[in-house]
Design a protein. Structure first.
Lengths: 1041, 309
């Protein structure tokens, strides 16, 4: 009790005492007694002096005047302390005042009116005032029969409104008062027989505040828990009854076939708490996972109100809560925020205010309200204590009020005090009709007794006990033939040691030297036999109530909003993360661009974009940096949330809204990174007029990497694996981008030197991004975009003129020469095939529309039909088109030349032209896209000729409608009969890849794949298992062993 | 279900975006180049035959000839006479590129003959770039030349390959009906040789040989005028050959003061640094005075500086 209350009480006591008859002996005794209960000896004296001082303040005349001043003084004091006391304290003060008045039964109207005034100022409602009045001043049972009161007695008189708990052998009555508004319970005991409240004797003329977790106990017999009292008050509140049943649960571990659980049976109903006990490795957590529906039993069935849990997990999920052993908290958020966002995800209809209220109420009930604004932190960086974390964990589950709660080792790592608190909390829940399963390793006596039932598992997953915890001790003692085996708990102190059970179960055979051996006296199967023989599980009434929808989840968009906000808050609160992420990109951009800002002329200080040899590598680095940043930022995202997701999986929330919120935040980060990188990099390198394209491509590849990162973070189960995976994802992309290694000069097994980009590189996003950027940089810059089309035409004509037609003519000339020298086989089948292919292409080419030369004898280009006459015709045709190409090339070449001379006619114009060219056209990039380093301008692949130079000027052929593949650095891409600009086409491909990755992410395809790789496919496994058994049987028969 | 609806919406939106992007950026909105492919009547070629052009161009003295003469006459190498390597950025049109291809080619030969192999790399690169731009780069074996230029022992091979490259280019251009370019390259080569010969700083005792060689160029000048005449056009604005022609006419005025007595003799092959060079054995007596030389030098310098600008 705080100083303020005590001081206020002293003052109020004094004022009341001064009324009418003045202070009586019993009143002063009460005050002294009261203080003695609250304080130590020295402080008692201090407060008693204070009391006496207040008494003597005024004189003892009971004149009207002094009465007047007393009541005004009361008001003054009451008003003064009104602001400093909370609701609970006010109630306590009021109760104490009544008690004080009642101490000598001197109930004058004046005294009562002072109390009444105080109550008014405290804003205590009339009903509760009356209830307190009745509770303290009345003794007759019929007057006490009001709804705020509970009787604990051995009798069973009829009651109208009050509640009753039957407590055998109790003399007198324990009367309990409930003040709902403050959630307080007071009790008094009418007899002077020995009764202990929390181990201290109860004085029959005092009123006690029943603290949470209190235990009332007679010297012998069962204790009454605070929760029993609370539940009695609530017994009229209806809730759906739950009937839980697990039948013959049998479980084999999938990896090695070892038996994990052996014929486990459980049957429970609402309002019970079942403890699952056993030595380490006995299968407690496995059992919990199975009965909570996380894992499937090999044989057996778990049902809730008749609904098979494993078959209809989705219809039951909502009413199940699972609190695993680890914390499922978001470390970066505060205690309150953790709870707030969980609540938001669960309740659709509540307003923010209501949710706030609800969260605060839960925090209050958990005793966490005072730390609500502390960050949760992680175990290494402690902000709140272990017990508080555990309680918050439980709170997160409690807020949605699941009907069945599974708790794994709630007390591990907690102090005994914290453990008791946590268990108390769970115990309280049963009062509200929850069914709770708790796995616990080594409960203390106090905790052990809190369970309604326990089940004990022994090595190998045998169930060896099921039933009342105290009787468990008796059961095992009896089986062990111990003396006083009928006594469950210590008769004098009421405590019992659960350890005795385990020491009996695991006791070892003693050898002849008195040393314990490794073998047990009674093996697990033997205990199991005893169990089957002696204990039958108490059948509980079956309910088939419809399962409640314990919460209404918000819709997709609202879930998205909550996830998004929560994630954003998490990120923002981590300053280091935020700063690094935002600074990383611009710093890297600066580093990269500054280092590669190359001035070709060693005597000059003037940077010229055109002469910078590093633009192509810069673009390449852009894609790799984007990939890297995108991956790094996302690679741990889902993994980090894994625990939280596990909890939220019981909420049946939309996975897509979760993923989209993640993606949304990652995209925002990536967009900022892309923007800053491109802006700084391009500014330093003076890449002009391309910022948007660079940004959008950089962002797209980062977005792809984001989702790739989410995939791996959802599939792999440790941070280290994830970071080992990253090089595997990045390095192949670097190799297959086409920047570092020319596709013409890589291993031909994977398609090096082919007409098109190697298939493997088609799946490399950095390739698409790089190609898109390079092509765009080359052909769409301000200088070159006006020339590109003409240059393209010139290049096409040049290629035909100089290489292609010349090469075709060579084949025909060869034939003619060989024929005239009487060669037996003047031309090979393949060469004819090549001529056929190429001339067919030539006839279909766009150029064929512009000349009249025809060769109509394609069908004669076969070994048998080919003859010198045809050859002559073919040669003439080739010669003609050769001429045509030559003329057209000269014309186009001249036209371009004319344009350029026009643009450079005067010195000013020339200067301007040069400036434009210098700042937009990079000559090294130009060499790259023209494949200047190609060993051959054209190559023969099979029976086709393939152009290798000037890929930037070559449109891919329209082979079939949906062929999107092309050679590297094609200026346009083909799809469905049309050509599309490479940049945008590649961009779309990138996003399609991203969408595919989203789908694999949504359906956890990678996770499943990894699971199958690790564990094999289940059906196959079963087959292998069966075959193994057959083999063993066969061998046993054969060898007779 | 609501979720389903959201998906449909998302899918639809992304589909629309794709369509938009493709339509917006797909079809080329830039100008149509197809009209360039249509045959036009203006594509006429010159009147004289390809063979004739080839002959006339081959009459232009090989740069090796003039440079080796200078070297043998103990004339000091002067780098500042060469066209600065940086000038290449000024050449935007085929006209300029072709002329300067000749100029740089001559410079390259000059440097090689004087064993200045170390500094040749930029000139080699320039020659390649101009050749590439003129779409005749495939005749110029840059890689080999680059390798050879690492050591001065390979000068002969370098000269051989360079010469062959220029010959191949000329032949190819004529064959491809681009003799105008071939003529310009020859012109550049010739003017540069002449420039190097007329701008010798200190004349050696046997200056007569050089003077005689300069005087002999009167014949070449005649051929050049004939060639250029073919490419003249009535449109002064468009045709730059006109300007060359006129400048050349002014040079002709000076050369007219030179008189040559010509005695024909069969040319013979001669071994020059293990390389066969055709040497004109016709003897001729050139009458030229110092004043004419000076005037020729002035005019050559004017023309040459116009070219390399």
């Amino acid at each position: 009790m705080s100083e303020e209350i005590l001081k206020a009480l002293m003052q109020l006591f004094a004022i009341i005492a001064k009324q009418d008859t003045g202070l009586s002996k019993s009143e002063r005794d009460y005050v002294e007694n009261f203080l003695r209960h609250q304080l130590n000896e020295s402080s008692v004296k201090e407060y008693l002096d204070l009391f006496d001082f207040y008494i003597n303040e005024g004189d003892f005349t009971s004149s009207e005047q002094s009465k007047q001043s007393d009541s005004s003084k009361t008001l003054e004091i009451a008003e003064k302390i009104n602001n400093t006391l909370d609701k609970k304290q006010k109630i306590v003060v009021l109760v104490r005042l009544f008690e004080f008045v009642n101490s000598d039964k001197n109930l004058t109207p004046q005294r009562i009116s002072i109390i009444k005034n105080t109550a008014d100022i405290f804003n205590i409602c009339n009903e509760e005032y009356k209830a307190i009045d009745t509770f303290i001043l009345e003794d007759a049972p019929d007057k006490l029969d009001i709804k705020e009161i509970l009787f604990i007695e051995s009798g069973d008189k009829e009651l109208n409104k009050a509640k009753r708990i039957q407590y055998p052998y109790l003399e007198g009555t324990i009367i309990v008062l409930k003040i709902s508004s403050a959630n307080l319970y007071f009790l008094r005991y009418t007899s002077n027989k020995e009764l202990l409240l929390n181990g201290l004797p109860i004085n029959n003329n005092r009123v006690y505040l029943l603290a949470r977790g209190s235990v009332i106990k007679q010297p012998k017999g069962m204790p009454i828990f605070y929760t029993d009292i609370v539940s009695s008050f609530r017994s009229d509140e209806t809730s759906v009854k739950i009937h839980f049943k697990a039948e013959n649960i049998y479980y084999e571990f999938p990896d090695d076939g070892n038996i994990g659980l052996n014929e486990i049976n459980i049957e429970e109903e609402s309002g019970k708490m079942l403890g699952i006990l056993g030595a380490s490795g006995a299968g407690k957590t496995t059992l919990l996972n199975i009965i909570s529906g996380i894992e499937k039993p090999t044989i057996g069935k778990v049902s809730i109100n008749g609904i098979d849990l494993h078959k209809n997990i989705n219809s039951v999920k909502g009413i199940i809560g699972h609190i695993p052993q680890d914390d499922l908290l978001i470390e970066e958020l505060t205690v309150y925020e953790n709870l707030y966002y969980s609540t938001k995800l669960v309740y659709k209809d509540l307003s923010d205010k209501e949710i706030k209220k609800k969260a605060e109420k839960i925090l209050f009930n958990l005793g966490l309200l005072h730390i609500k604004d502390l960050k949760v932190g992680n175990p290494l960086n402690i902000e709140i204590s272990g017990g508080q974390r555990k309680r918050l964990n439980i709170g997160l589950e409690l807020i949605r009020e699941p009907s069945v709660l599974f708790v794994d080792e709630p007390t591990s790592g907690l102090s005994s005090n914290d453990s008791a608190n946590v268990m108390e909390l769970l115990r309280e829940l049963t009062v509200r009709g929850k069914l709770i399963f708790v796995v616990i390793h080594q409960p203390s006596s106090e905790i052990f007794k809190m369970f309604d039932n326990i089940t004990i598992l022994d090595e190998g997953g045998y169930q060896i006990y099921y039933g009342n915890p105290i009787e468990a001790v008796i059961y095992f003692k009896e089986l062990d033939n111990q003396i006083d085996s009928h006594v469950g708990e210590c008769p004098s102190c009421g405590s019992l040691n659960p350890e005795t059970i385990f020491s009996i179960i695991e006791s070892k055979i003693i050898d002849e030297y008195g040393q314990p051996t490794v073998s047990r006296k009674t093996s697990a199967p033997e205990w199991f036999e005893h169990f089957k023989e002696k204990i039958s599980i108490k059948r509980v009434t079956k309910f088939y109530d419809k399962l409640p929808h314990s919460f209404k989840k918000p819709n997709w968009l609202n879930q998205f909003k909550v996830y998004f906000k929560r994630d954003l808050l998490t990120k923002i609160s981590n300053k280091q993360y935020l700063a690094l992420n935002l600074l990383e990109a611009p710093l890297l951009a600066f580093l990269l661009a500054f280092i590669i800002k190359y001035i070709e002329d060693p005597t000059s200080n003037l940077y010229i974009f055109r002469d910078n040899d590093n633009i192509m590598p810069y673009i390449f680095m852009c894609t790799i940096v984007a990939l890297f940043l995108g991956l790094i930022v996302s690679a741990e995202e889902i993994f980090k949330d894994k625990k939280i997701l596990k909890r939220e999986s019981f909420l049946n929330l939309s996975r897509s809204s979760y993923l989209c919120s993640k993606i949304g935040i990652l995209f925002i980060i990536s967009a900022i990174q892309s923007f800053s990188f491109v802006l700084i990099g391009n500014y330093i390198l003076e890449i002009k007029g391309m910022n948007f394209e660079y940004f959008i491509m950089f962002f797209s590849i980062a977005a792809f990497a984001n989702i790739l990162g989410l995939n791996i973070s959802s599939a792999f189960n440790s941070a280290i694996t994830i970071y080992i995976i990253i090089p595997f994802l990045i390095i192949p992309q670097m190799i297959l981008t086409g920047a570092m290694f020319n596709f013409d000069k890589i291993n031909s097994v994977i398609g090096g030197g082919d007409e098109k980009v190697p298939i493997i590189a088609e799946f490399v996003p950095s390739r698409w991004a790089f190609e898109g950027l390079v092509v765009n940089q080359y052909k769409n810059n301000k200088y070159y975009k006006n020339f590109y089309n003409k240059r393209k035409l010139e290049s096409e004509l040049y290629y035909k003129n100089v290489y292609y037609i010349t090469e075709l003519k060579r084949y025909v000339e060869d034939y003619k020469n060989r024929k005239s020298s009487g060669h037996e086989k003047p031309i090979s089948k393949d060469n004819l095939q090549l001529l056929r292919n190429e001339i067919k292409k030539e006839k279909q080419s766009k150029f064929s529309l512009y000349h009249d030369y025809k060769f109509e004898q394609l069908d004669k280009l076969y070994i048998k039909k080919f003859n010198p006459k045809i050859a002559e015709q073919l040669y003439e045709y080739l010669d003609n088109i050769h001429d045509f190409y030559n003329r057209r090339f000269n014309h186009v070449n001249k036209t371009i030349d004319d344009i350029i001379s026009d643009k450079t006619r005067t010195p000013e114009k020339r200067k301007e032209y040069l400036k434009l060219k210098n700042s937009y056209h990079n000559k090294y990039l130009s060499d790259f896209v023209k494949n200047k380093m190609a060993p051959l301008p054209l190559v023969r692949l099979g029976n086709n000729l393939v152009q290798k130079i000037n890929p930037i000027y070559l449109n891919p052929p329209k082979e079939n409608l949906f062929n999107i593949r092309s050679h590297f650095l094609a200026p346009k891409k083909h799809f469905a009969g049309n050509y599309y600009d490479t940049f945008y086409f590649n961009l779309i491909i990138l996003w399609l890849m991203t969408i595919v990755l989203y789908i694999t992410l949504y359906f956890k395809i990678l996770t499943k794949l990894i699971y199958y790789i690790e564990n094999g496919i289940p059906i196959l496994n079963q087959k292998i298992w069966k075959m193994r058994i057959k083999l063993i049987n066969f061998l046993t028969k054969k060898t007779g062993i | 279900m609501k979720e389903n609806k959201t998906y449909k919406l998302l899918f639809f939106a992304s589909f629309l975006l794709c369509i938009f992007l493709l339509n917006n950026c797909g079809p080329d909105k830039r100008e149509d180049t197809s009209k360039l492919l249509k045959e036009q009547k203006t594509d006429k070629d010159i009147d004289i035959s390809k063979d004739k052009v080839g002959q006339m161009i081959s009459s232009v003295p090989n740069p090796v000839e003039m440079s080796s003469l200078l070297q043998k006459s103990d004339i000091i190498y002067s780098h500042e006479l060469l066209n600065p390597e940086d000038n290449i950025d000024n050449y935007k049109t085929n006209f300029k590129k072709a002329l300067n291809l000749g100029v740089y080619g001559t410079n390259l030969v000059y440097m090689n003959i004087y064993d200045r192999t170390v500094g040749t790399l930029p000139y080699l690169r320039n020659v390649r770039r101009l050749a590439d731009d003129l779409r005749i780069g495939k005749f110029f074996d840059y890689e080999t030349l680059n390798k050879l230029s690492e050591s001065s022992r390979n000068v002969d091979s370098v000269l051989y390959i360079t010469n062959r490259g220029f010959d191949d280019m000329t032949r190819y251009l004529i064959e491809q009906n681009r003799s105008d370019i071939a003529v310009l390259i020859a012109y550049g080569t010739w003017i540069e040789s002449l420039y190097l010969a007329t701008h010798v700083k200190t004349l050696p005792p046997n200056k007569d040989l050089i003077h005689q060689r300069i005087g002999e160029q009167k014949l070449v000048l005649h051929n050049m005028l004939l060639l250029l005449n073919n490419y003249r056009s009535s449109d002064n604005e468009k045709c730059k050959h006109n300007e060359l022609f006129e400048d050349l006419l002014k040079l002709k005025d000076e050369f007219d003061k030179v008189s040559i007595e010509y005695i024909y003799q069969d040319p013979i092959m001669k071994n020059f640094k293990n390389h066969i060079v055709v040497v004109d054995k016709s003897t001729s007596k050139v009458n030229i005075n110092q004043e004419t030389i000076d005037n020729i030098a002035k005019q050559v310098k004017y023309i040459r500086n116009k070219i390399i600008k």
